[in-house]
Design a protein around this ligand. Sequence first.
Ligand SMILES: CC(C)(COP(=O)(O)OP(=O)(O)OC[C@H]1O[C@@H](n2cnc3c(N)ncnc32)[C@H](O)[C@@H]1OP(=O)(O)O)[C@@H](O)C(=O)NCCC(=O)NCCS
Length: 167
Amino acid sequence: MKLVKPTKKYEKSWHEALAEFRAEKRKGFWNLEKEPTNLEDYIKLTKDNKIGKSLPKDWGPSTTFWLIDKDQFVGHTNIRHKLNDYLAKIGGNIGYYIRPSARNKGYGTKILELALIKAKKLELQKVLITCNESNIASQKIIEKNKGKFQDKVLGEGEPKLRYWIEL
Ligand SMILES: CC(C)(COP(=O)(O)OP(=O)(O)OC[C@H]1O[C@@H](n2cnc3c(N)ncnc32)[C@H](O)[C@@H]1OP(=O)(O)O)[C@@H](O)C(=O)NCCC(=O)NCCS
């Protein structure tokens, strides 16, 4: 299992995963209205985001990786290099998403473990991870990766739990 930069190599399973994301009708992690569903454009966007270009509102420069297992796209993670006001309260340094058909098999725990190694390489010393109060799976993932609970904050939508992980 490994994290890789978005690449044409896993295009077929990436498209299959996109269809699953779409069917899930979930907002937030993958903005289907705004993010390209053409892989070449998507790869360009992730390269731009890394250097702070074409960022979503309230975001900062960020790096995206894909989790690959047995040559298949399983999920993605986005590492934000620096916290701003919005990220410090709501978004945190790291987000992750596992495709629906691959959930509850340990991939969520693994993607955060591997993202922490990447964050360290990006010279972060500690990372803030947030999750919705109702997201039990994410809370378990953060705690299994040594997340220390800080507090619960109110903002847009559901209350968020904030955790810190030392790298
Ligand atoms: C949250 C998410 C990443 C979990 O991924 P996953 O691959 O299912 O996670 P894991 O298999 O590593 O499971 C972690 C733990 O949560 C538990 N779990 C998984 N799905 C669960 C669910 N729906 N309800 C309650 N617990 C759940 C697992 O049993 C496991 O518990 P354990 O440590 O006691 O064994 C995935 O559901 C997802 O992508 N959700 C949408 C995006 C999202 O919420 N991202 C997190 C942002 S903070």
